[in-house]
Design a protein around this ligand. Sequence first.
Ligand code: ADP
Ligand code: MG
Length: 413
Amino acid sequence: MNGIASAYQSLKDVFGFEGFRGRQEDVLTRVLAGDSTLAVMPTGAGKSLTYQLPAVMLAGTCVVISPLIALMHDQLRSARANGIRAATLTSADADWRETQDAFRAGELDLLYVAPERASQPAFRDFLSAAPLCLFAIDEAHCVSEWGHDFRPDYRMLRGLMDAFPQVPRLALTATADRQTRADVMAQLRIPEDGLVLAGFDRPNIHYAIRHRDNPVRQLTNLMAGESGPGIVYAQTRRKVEDLAEKLAAATGRPVRPYHAGLDPATRAANQAAFVASEDMVIVATVAFGMGIDKPDVRFVAHVGVPKSIEAYYQETGRAGRDGDPSQAVMFWGAGDFATARQRLAEVEEPRRNAERARLDALAGLVETAECRRAVLLRHFGEEPPGHCGNCDNCLEPAGVTDATELARKLLSA
Ligand code: ADP
Ligand code: MG
């Protein structure tokens, strides 16, 4: 019988890891027993392992639905490096015939596909040719209209689930509030007791949210105190280019831009250089980050406000995956929210309402005098300790800053 004991052995043999992290073991226990599950675990918690390990241990192929081709190819590389028999079926692959033959011959542990392919009837026919052990739905919040990144193709997956009711499902996401979770579970037919909700707290990340006066100077100061790799998120391609240039000049550090307007070769080169570097700063739009496995990012800075608390958590979550002290700093201005609200005027109902509510929740986090971590964790349904001791509001309470400021003014008068 397969069980958690043999999972430990496979963990060592296949991945070379000594133990499970967080709630991986709880997820695996369910999956290995054939129970459908929704795993909500923070970025960097190791969600991939919770389907890759069963894929190796169980008879039949695990079909992974994943939203980005680049993400799939990264996963493919790392799975193969561990000796897992994995393949992708995407528009970027030339080896379709080999992949299909391998699947039919039962020689694949993992098969990665995009949701638009997975939801097609022809794909269901193809899948019925060989045994399946699991459907893993990565970034599962995309299934829900309540989620912060709804994708219609994900909604269509229901047809696939209905065609293979006997195959267990493992839905994975880092960010889903109560409503999104309920919706994902209903759509993917995951029983109510199938939720594994891991801690959202990232205790090694220091959170700070500051007024923006001169972003180049503020970022230069941040970089002066932090020599490791960092990500700076800016709102537009122009701002990315501009900031990258000015920061490079001001700090002498390697700084590179990343946005969708760069040609693919430059983009790939900048990403690869960043992943390999120990001191590079990448200035990017939100196009950057998903699926990038760089454990030693020492800071994530936002110039301007992200779209939501979920987006903020996901983006800042790219800092400190190795567990070492790291910083998340947002530099915001009052005009940021006004601009974001104006943009919403073009969005149609009911989406507009949901997005406005998200923006309001983010404004609550930005403007609070309370512990940032407490507000963040409560947003995800966790009951936090009142005072984390590792955010700006805990370490520099408003009263104290004001008093210092006052003293400074008096002294310099
Ligand atoms: P997520 O998808 O939850 O953001 P990943 O699956 O990409 O996280 O895993 C993040 C990192 O953690 C990877 O480098 C992975 O190899 C590592 N990892 C996962 N599980 C373990 C474990 N049990 N022990 C050590 N490292 C692990
Ligand atoms: Mg992942």
